[in-house]
Design a protein around this ligand. Structure first.
Ligand code: 8YV
Length: 324
């Protein structure tokens, strides 16, 4: 209704989103983190809430949570991955879920290449070597190379394709596995992940998280990747069977791994931290000022557009509703 502000709940602080929403005449903002008693606050505002801004940290927005808000129309989620939101349930209950795709593609692809190069060429280890004053005694050891490798991308979506373009420029052959072949690429498609793992020396995982991909990278895949193999995970920790990976690294079933994501982040298993040859990033795929600003803005724009009657800008596949 024209003139009426829609009640929108923010669960945690995020200044750019807060500013954007507070500045919109379409929205009345409610800040859960400012309430001295969060539970009492949620109970009091729940009957009025029509929108939720979910801002990372990946607190579960599951059916039980969404059910608390009988007038809920939209969940605007930060990040391209939305495995912390039960989008299927939302779709079945007429609630639209939006994410922040595309604006982070190039950043995450840049980071993926950085992680890959760090892992193959041991760049963090070499840097630590210099800082430890060891260079005057001897050159850093010769490392493995990308030169004799084929990269198998697991999940050739929009970010996967941005990664593949970079690998093309670096003259590194690319093949891929996913649910279906992509019509717009000429890379070889493997319907079978184990078969691809057997044929490549690098598995680069950039597929959505959630139930469908849980533990997709398991002992069998790691064994197929083999003793010269490198695993790069830019997706979600849940996609890799972490205990199986730790065992594969210890047993030298694979050569090494570069990980931007972990099963229980920000907790990282001590066993991984103690492995000098693996490269560990604190989930920084999209983490630049430029890209996070664009992601924040898209969280705001989806809510403002929705409550201005212009529809969701980037609804997820499970909730394709564009207008209310
Ligand atoms: C964010 C991400 O760092 O977009 C995603 O899915 O994983 C990252 O870009 C994350 O969502 C922050 O919580």
């Amino acid at each position: 209704m024209a003139g009426e502000r829609a009640d929108v709940l923010m669960l945690g602080p995020k200044p750019a989103v807060e500013e954007g929403l507070a500045g919109s005449p379409a929205v009345q903002l409610h800040k859960a983190w400012e309430a001295p008693d969060r539970e009492a606050f949620l109970q009091a505002v729940a009957p009025r809430i029509r929108g939720i801004a979910s801002l990372g940290g990946h607190a579960a927005i599951d059916a039980a949570f969404m059910q608390r808000f009988p007038k809920l129309e939209i969940v605007s989620s930060f990040g391209v991955g939305y495995d912390h939101v039960d989008a299927k349930w939302a779709g079945q209950h007429g609630i639209v879920v939006t994410n922040t795709p595309d604006v982070l593609n190039e950043e995450v692809a840049d980071t993926a290449l950085g992680l890959l190069l760090c892992t193959v060429r041991e760049l963090p280890q070499a840097e630590r070597y210099l800082r430890a004053g060891k260079w005057p005694q001897a050159h850093y050891r010769l490392t493995p190379s990308l030169r004799d490798r084929t990269v198998g991308i697991v999940g050739l979506g929009r970010i996967g394709k941005a990664i593949a373009r970079r690998l093309d420029a670096m003259l590194v052959p690319v093949v891929y596995h996913g649910r279906r072949p992509q019509p717009d690429v000429s890379y070889k498609y493997y319907p079978d992940l184990v078969a691809m793992a057997r044929d490549v020396d690098v598995l680069l995982v950039i597929t959505p998280g959630g139930a469908d991909t849980r533990n997709l990278i398991d002992t069998e895949v790691l064994q197929a990747l083999g003793p010269n193999g490198i695993l790069i995970n830019m997706a979600r920790g849940s996609v890799v069977d972490e205990p199986a990976l730790i065992k594969a690294l210890k047993d030298k079933t694979i050569l090494t791994a570069g990980l931007d994501v972990f099963a229980n982040e920000p907790e990282v298993p001590q066993e991984l931290i103690e492995m000098e040859h693996v490269v560990l990033f604190p989930h920084l795929g999209s983490g630049s000022v430029h890209t996070r600003r664009a992601m924040d803005q898209l969280v705001v724009d989806n809510l403002v557009s929705w409550f201005s009657g212009k529809g969701a800008l980037t609804p997820v596949a499970e909730t394709p509703v564009k207008t209310r």
